[in-house]
Design a protein around this ligand. Structure first.
Ligand code: GCO
Ligand code: MG
Length: 403
């Protein structure tokens, strides 16, 4: 089998998604997701200009060699744009392999380690009551694990709370990023009261999660982790920016609240120290941003040795193609923890028909061969890309801060 064509499509069926479609001489077609929120055009041009020509004529079954060609072969390694581009190629090739063999993809990754994958959804509100109301709704829908984000008294908007927009979408359309503002002490004083109330209302059975979105220093993170201990979170996410892996040492020594991190990591070199030193409980790298299925399987195996579980990033700003890849890997690995799942709008599902079956808090892999996700190109192409940016963030005095 040979690759005869590879093309990228950047469309906006509700939000921007970059899709790579690879065709073979035997008519089998595979798809990969290259969406990197707010940087889609950079990945598209990386693929179009630097990767696609080298794919033509290759055997799509050679995923190991092709992955190394684009990773090792390029002198300039790693980074979100490069790794997302390689990830799109790798996922599309695994999709082809599984379709050609007529099996769901997980069958090629070691087979089934479980029937269904525990997922967590988002619940958020402008204040505590609204956030808890959102939790109640999600619990009624059958979710067993819920991430809670709430507006903080005295702060204008905050990460994770959609505001006026319909549904969750952190990127804003326009020519430049929108600015938000932040105050760590208001946040730290409020969050433990939110979880105290949540446990009071919902009891111990529901898994609760929270995302600090990289905004705390190690010492602040340690304080938050300690103060949340009585409420038994499933995890506390992205407490520190973690460009410095050692920053988690202090947090880890001070709190038993489980820690999860990794949505902006793109290679094992972003997290090997925190895995080996067991500084985290869950690695949140996602397949598409982490270079694809080929490296993710290795990283998952490496993490398993150190008792670290995998809880992949699965926001609605990666397409159903990427989520499908996360589901297939999650089904196959032993050290699966949980998967983020926010669902997709009708428009998004029309562009990417898929059958992720949600049942009582769990998601099942589609029964079809390959990823089990399709690309409706005709529909997607009716929705051209609309430039959008993730916000930037400043402290209340104007200092640039982490978003
Ligand atoms: C999450 C993430 C997202 C990111 C988003 C950026 O935990 O799902 O933090 O909300 O902010 O993916 O594009
Ligand atoms: Mg997050």
């Amino acid at each position: 089998m040979k690759i005869v064509e590879a093309k990228t499509y950047l469309n906006c069926p509700g939000r921007n998604f970059l899709t790579l479609e690879i065709k073979t001489d035997e008519g089998v077609v595979g798809i990969g997701d290259g969406t990197l929120n707010g940087r889609e055009l950079a990945v598209k041009s990386y693929l179009d200009e630097y990767c696609v020509p080298s794919l033509i004529g290759r055997d799509p079954f050679d995923t190991e060699d092709i992955w190394n060609y684009f990773y090792r072969g390029a002198y300039w390694r790693r980074g979100p744009v490069t790794m997302t581009a390689i990830g799109a190629i790798d996922v599309a090739l695994w999709d082809i392999k599984a379709k050609a063999l007529g099996v769901p993809l997980y069958k090629l990754l070691g087979g089934s380690s479980r029937e269904k994958m525990l997922v967590y959804c988002h619940a958020s509100g402008r204040d505590m009551d609204a956030a808890l109301e959102a939790v109640a709704k999600k619990r009624e829908m059958g979710y067993r694990a819920i991430r809670i984000q709430s507006g903080v008294p005295g702060m204008e908007g905050i990460y994770g709370v959609p505001g006026q927009k319909k549904g969750y979408e952190p990127a804003n359309r326009g020519a430049t990023p929108h600015e938000e503002s932040w105050d760590t002490s208001k946040y730290l004083n409020y969050v433990p009261t939110l979880f105290a109330k949540a446990r009071d209302v919902f009891g111990q059975d529901l898994h609760l999660l929270h995302d600090s979105h990289h905004r705390l220093t190690p010492n602040e993170a340690a304080r938050l982790g300690q103060e949340l201990e009585p409420y038994h979170l499933f995890w506390l996410e992205d407490v520190v920016p973690a460009e410095l892996q050692e920053s988690l040492r202090l947090v880890r020594q001070k709190t038993t609240t489980p820690l999860a991190i990794g949505e902006i990591f793109n290679s094992v070199y972003d997290c090997q120290a925190m895995i080996v030193e067991q500084l985290i409980d869950y690695l949140r790298m996602t397949v598409s941003h982490g270079g694809g299925i080929t490296p993710m399987m290795k990283i998952a195996a490496f993490a398993a040795i150190y008792h670290v579980k995998i809880g992949m990033h699965g926001p609605s700003d990666v397409s159903p193609v990427a989520l499908g890849a996360c589901l297939q890997v999650s089904r196959a690995i032993n050290n699966f923890g949980i998967l983020e799942f926010m669902g997709y709008t009708e428009e998004m599902s029309e562009a990417f028909p898929h059958d992720f079956r949600f049942e009582e808090g769990y998601l099942k892999t589609p029964d079809k061969p390959g990823l089990g996700v399709e690309f409706n190109r005709e529909y997607a192409e009716k929705h051209p890309c609309q430039k959008a940016f993730l916000p930037v963030n400043r402290l209340e005095d104007g200092t640039m801060f982490h978003w």
